[in-house]
Design a protein around this ligand. Structure first.
Ligand code: NAD
Ligand code: DAU
Length: 357
C-alpha cells in the first residue's frame, strides 16, 4: 500500500479519489484533521475496500513508527501541511510545527523504516514530498517562469516553512540516501477547495450576497492548475520520477486576480443569475493588500513534460467552469466544512479591510 499524509485536505482528497479510481493498490490516509481536513471530502470513499484512514500527526514519531511497521508501505506521499499564506501572516507557529518539525519527524521515522527493508524493497521505495512554487519567491511581469534551478527566495512564513521542508527532504536523500522525489506546483483549484482560498471564497461570497474582497489592485498573477492535473502529475512522478529529483508542475494558465474574479462573476451570471439581474461584479470590493504579497508566480513544467510525458488536460476556461458548477451542486459539502472556527477566521481576516463580511 501507499500512505498519503494530509489526505483529508483539498489536494490530498482529490489525489486519493483519483488513485483509487485508477490503481488497484490500497491507500492509507494519515491526517490530523485540522480545520482544513474534512472527512466529508472523502465521504464517497469511506467504505471503499482499498481505503483506510488513521487520524494522526506527521510529527508524532511513536505513532508513525508503529504505523510504518504495521502497514509496510512501498511509498509515502506527503501532502500534510499548513497551507494558507494569510494564516501564516497572522501566526506562523503551526506552520513551523507541521511543515518543518513535522516533516523532519516523519522523515526520521521513514528513514528508520527504510533502513530495515530488504534490498529489493529499498529499490522500490519512494518518499514523495508535495511542495509549492512559492518557495521560489516572486517574479516581475516579464521574468521567465520558475524552473527547478531557480533560487529559493520564500517571502511569507508559509513559503519559508515549505522551503525548509524541501531542504530537509533533499538532505535526507543526499546524506542518508532516502529515495525522495519533490514536486513544486503552482496554484491549484477545483472541487473540495476550502473556502478560505481565493477561488472558492469568491464563489461562495458571490452566492451569499457578500463583498468579494480583492487584495490591493487585483493585478497579482497566479498560474492556475486544475487539481486533478496536479494529482496526475504526482502519480506520474511517483511512478517514473528520477530519485532525488525535483519536478515543477504547472499548466501555463497565468491570470491576474481580477481576471479570475471577473471570470467567476461571468460564469455565475450565466449559471445562477442574481435575483435582481445585476452582475455579480457589483459585489467586488478592493480591500487592504496582503502584507508581503508576491506579485507573480509562473511555472515552467518542461522537465516534467519532456522527461515523464505529463501534460495538463484542463485549460483555465474548462477547469473554472467545472469548478463553479461543482460549488453550485455541492452546497451540502460547503455547509459541512464551514464551521464556527471558519467563521471566526473570516471575521479576523477581513475586519478593517473595508469589506464587512
Ligand atoms: P489543505 O490545507 O487543504 O490540506 C492540508 C491537510 O493536511 C489537511 O487535511 C490537514 O488536516 C492535514 N494536516 C495538517 N497538519 C497536519 C499534521 N501535522 N499531520 C497530519 N495531517 C496534517 O492543503 P492543500 O491545499 O490540499 O495542500 C496540500 C499540499 O500541497 C501542501 O503541502 C501544500 O503546501 C501543497 N501545495 C498546495 C497548493 C495549492 O494551491 N493548494 C499548490 C502547491 C502545493
Ligand atoms: O502557488 C501555490 C500556493 O497557492 C500554495 O502553495 C498555497 O498553499 C495556496 O494557498 C496558494 O497560495 P496563494 O496565496 O497564491 O493562494 P490564495 O488563494 O490565498 O490567494 C490567491 C491570490 O488571491 C493571491 O494573490 C491573494 C489573492 N486574494 C486571496 C484571498 C483569500 C485576494 O485578493 N482576496 C482574498 O480574499
Amino acid at each position: 500500500m501507499i500512505i498519503v499524509t494530509g489526505g483529508a485536505g483539498f489536494i490530498g482528497s482529490n489525489f486519493i479519489r483519483q488513485w483509487l479510481a485508477e490503481k488497484n493498490e490500497p491507500v492509507l490516509n494519515l491526517d490530523k484533521l485540522t480545520y482544513a481536513g474534512n472527512l466529508a471530502s472523502l465521504a464517497d470513499l469511506a467504505t471503499h475496500p482499498q481505503y483506510h484512514f488513521q487520524r494522526g500527526d506527521i510529527g508524532d514519531r511513536t505513532m508513525i513508527a508503529k504505523l510504518l511497521t504495521a502497514t509496510q508501505p512501498r511509498a509515502i506521499v506527503n501532502f500534510a501541511a499548513e497551507s494558507h499564506v494569510d494564516r501564516s501572516i497572522h501566526g506562523a507557529a503551526e506552520f513551523i510545527d507541521t511543515n518543518i518539525v513535522g516533516t523532519f519527524n516523519l522523515l526520521e521515522e521513514v528513514r528508520a523504516y527504510f533502513s530495515d527493508l530488504s534490498e529489493e524493497k529499498k529499490s522500490a521505495f519512494r518518499f514523495l514530498h508535495v511542495s509549492t512554487d512559492e518557495v521560489y519567491g516572486s517574479l516581475d511581469a516579464v521574468a521567465p517562469a520558475f524552473t527547478e534551478t531557480h533560487r529559493y527566495e520564500p517571502n511569507s512564513p508559509y513559503s519559508a516553512s515549505k522551503a525548509a521542508s524541501d531542504h530537509l527532504v533533499r538532505a535526507a536523500h543526499h546524506t542518508h540516501k532516502l529515495p525522495v522525489l519533490t514536486t513544486n506546483c503552482s496554484n491549484n483549484y477545483g472541487p473540495y477547495h476550502f473556502p478560505e482560498k481565493l477561488i472558492p471564497l469568491m464563489i461562495l461570497n458571490a452566492l451569499n450576497g457578500k463583498p468579494m474582497p480583492v487584495y490591493g489592485d487585483g493585478k497579482n498573477v497566479r498560474d492556475w492548475l486544475y487539481v486533478t492535473d496536479h494529482c496526475a502529475a504526482i502519480s506520474t512522478v511517483l511512478a517514473r520520477g528520477r530519485v532525488g529529483e525535483v519536478y515543477n508542475v504547472g499548466g501555463k494558465n497565468e491570470r491576474t486576480n481580477m481576471q479570475v474574479v471577473n471570470t467567476i462573476c461571468a460564469l455565475l451570471d450565466e449559471m445562477k443569475p442574481r435575483a435582481d439581474n445585476k452582475s455579480y461584479t457589483s459585489q467586488i470590493a478592493f480591500v487592504k493588500d496582503r502584507p508581503g504579497h508576491d506579485q507573480r508566480y509562473a511555472i515552467d513544467a518542461t522537465k516534467l513534460e519532456t522527461e515523464l510525458g505529463w501534460r495538463a488536460t484542463e485549460t483555465f476556461d474548462s477547469g473554472i467552469r467545472k469548478t463553479v458548477a461543482w460549488y453550485l451542486a455541492n452546497g451540502a459539502w460547503v455547509q459541512s466544512v464551514v464551521s464556527g472556527e471558519y467563521r471566526q477566521w473570516v471575521e479576523t481576516q477581513y475586519k478593517n479591510t473595508g469589506a464587512s463580511l
